[in-house]
Design a protein around this ligand. Structure first.
Ligand SMILES: [Fe+2]
Ligand SMILES: [Fe+2]
Length: 207
């Protein structure tokens, strides 16, 4: 157990302190940068990408936490597969923030630790609630990404393409969590998750 805790601490520290390496090319790689975006528009877009990057930090924490106590091999394989896709999301957001001259959130270490704890707790309770929690998280993330798509200046086709691809994959993660047996969570829990995510997104937009 001590070994596993040390491995997770090492993994978390690496994730938070080194640039993330992508396994797949960025979906916007063939799209040219728009020359018409103003510096203030770039700044706003970099903040949206900072929020999305922090969301992906939370996703990593959540997945690692859920894997920590999980004993179901089928769930383990699916979670590991989704976590790999989320690593790409993290890397895509990271590099796009740099291109837009933005910065990542200072809250990422706290967000990672809290998400890991929530994921680990959910996985102790029960598989079907663990997966239900995952499905609801992915669903809320997809809705949130959709709201960014509506807010972005459509001239920034690169950022739009990244967010669009991420949204499609989050919807896929939700679908597979439901297929593995995830149940619908009580309304009050969903509401609490939505409030927590709104607080997280509005703070990371600023810092
Ligand atoms: Fe993601
Ligand atoms: Fe996801």
């Amino acid at each position: 157990m001590i070994d596993r805790i040390l491995i997770e601490i090492d993994r978390g520290l690496k994730l938070l302190s080194t640039p993330t390496i992508q396994n797949r090319d960025r979906p916007d790689k063939d799209i040219l940068e728009s020359a018409s975006l103003s510096s203030s528009e770039k700044k706003i877009h970099s903040k949206y990408m900072r929020v999305n990057h922090s969301g992906e930090i939370c996703a990593q924490g959540l997945y690692r936490g859920q894997l920590f106590f999980n004993k179901n091999k089928n769930i383990k394989n699916k979670l590991t597969e989704a976590a790999l896709e989320e690593i790409d999301h993290l890397a895509w957001c990271d590099s796009r923030i740099n291109e837009l001259n933005g910065s990542k959130s200072k809250l990422n270490p706290i967000l990672y630790i809290s998400s890991f704890s929530i994921g680990a707790t959910a996985s102790i309770i029960d598989d079907k609630y663990n997966l239900g929690f995952l499905s609801e998280t992915e669903s809320q993330v997809a809705l949130h990404l959709e709201s960014h798509i509506k807010k972005l200046n459509p001239l920034d086709k690169k950022t739009l393409k990244i967010i669009q691809s991420m949204k499609e994959e989050e919807e896929g993660h939700k679908k597979s969590a439901v297929e593995m047996g995830g149940v619908e969570l009580p309304k009050i829990i969903k509401k609490m998750m939505s409030v927590a995510s709104k607080i997280m997104t509005s703070i990371t937009y600023k810092i």
